[in-house]
Design a protein around this ligand. Structure first.
Ligand SMILES: [Zn+2]
Length: 245
């Protein structure tokens, strides 16, 4: 069971300031909720415009690459994929940190009228996007390194109940990071000519999450009046067959 995880602990670069106040507990850090200031939506974003919206490294449906391989433990399969999504997104974000600063992104925006807030000491706090994302990445890394949730030794089984809950929480937070990067930094991604990579990574992430029920529809659509920007991209990819509808 443990072979996938031999080298699981990733080297993580320190990129941006840690959250003020510190002491974020696991419970606190995943209690964040979207807030919905009333901001009018603007013109169609570039990530929904052709040709960028359908740019990809590979053409076709992601269904086949998310299928659990024969003889692989289902929890192990989910764990190793979540670990990869986290690692790849963290590295991708590392390239964009110059663009995502306290000044450029004073809030964790995920759409024209959506700012995610972080639950800290039972209070919702508005963090800048770099601080929010750094909190997500730090917390997820700690969870992935926790042997009680993500065991790496064959003698230690998964605790299915705790595992599923934790993975879903991780997934929702990584989804928010994707939402922010698309909403606030897609021009930067285009500048790097990285949109095929980023789209492919996100489509894979969505296909996997959809297949294993790791996020809810409201997580990708958002709330009325505060839609998630990439919810429209998810819809599009479903309509053109990149994702299962
Ligand atoms: Zn940003």
């Amino acid at each position: 069971m443990s072979n996938f995880f031999k080298n699981r602990a990733p080297p993580r670069q320190k990129r941006s300031p840690t959250p003020t106040g510190g002491g974020l507990t696991r419970k606190d850090s995943f209690g964040s909720e979207p807030s919905s200031p009333s901001v009018a939506s603007g013109p169609k974003p570039l990530y929904l415009s052709r040709p960028f919206c359908d740019a990809a490294l590979v053409k076709g449906n992601f269904k086949t690459i998310v299928v659990q391989p024969k003889y692989v433990d289902p929890n192990e399969w989910v764990a190793v994929n979540v670990f990869d999504f986290y690692t790849n997104l963290n590295e991708f974000y590392g390239v964009l940190t110059e663009c995502c600063t306290q000044q450029s992104c004073p809030t964790m925006s995920g759409g024209p009228s959506l700012n995610y807030t972080w639950l800290q000491d039972r209070k919702r706090v508005s963090l800048s996007a770099p601080t929010y994302i750094d909190s997500v990445m730090s917390t997820v890394q700690n969870l992935l390194n926790d042997e009680n949730t993500f065991p790496t030794k064959s003698s230690q089984p998964f605790n299915p109940e705790a595992f599923v809950g934790t993975v879903k929480q991780i997934y929702v937070q990584l989804l928010r990071v994707f939402a922010h990067l698309y909403h606030a930094h897609f021009p930067d991604i285009l500048h790097l000519r990285a949109e095929p990579h980023f789209n492919s990574m996100f489509a894979h992430f969505l296909a996997f999450g959809q297949t294993y029920g790791l996020f809810e529809e409201r997580d990708i659509r958002g709330e009325p009046g505060a839609p998630v920007g990439v919810g429209a991209l998810w819809e599009r990819w479903r309509s053109v067959g990149i994702l299962e509808s």
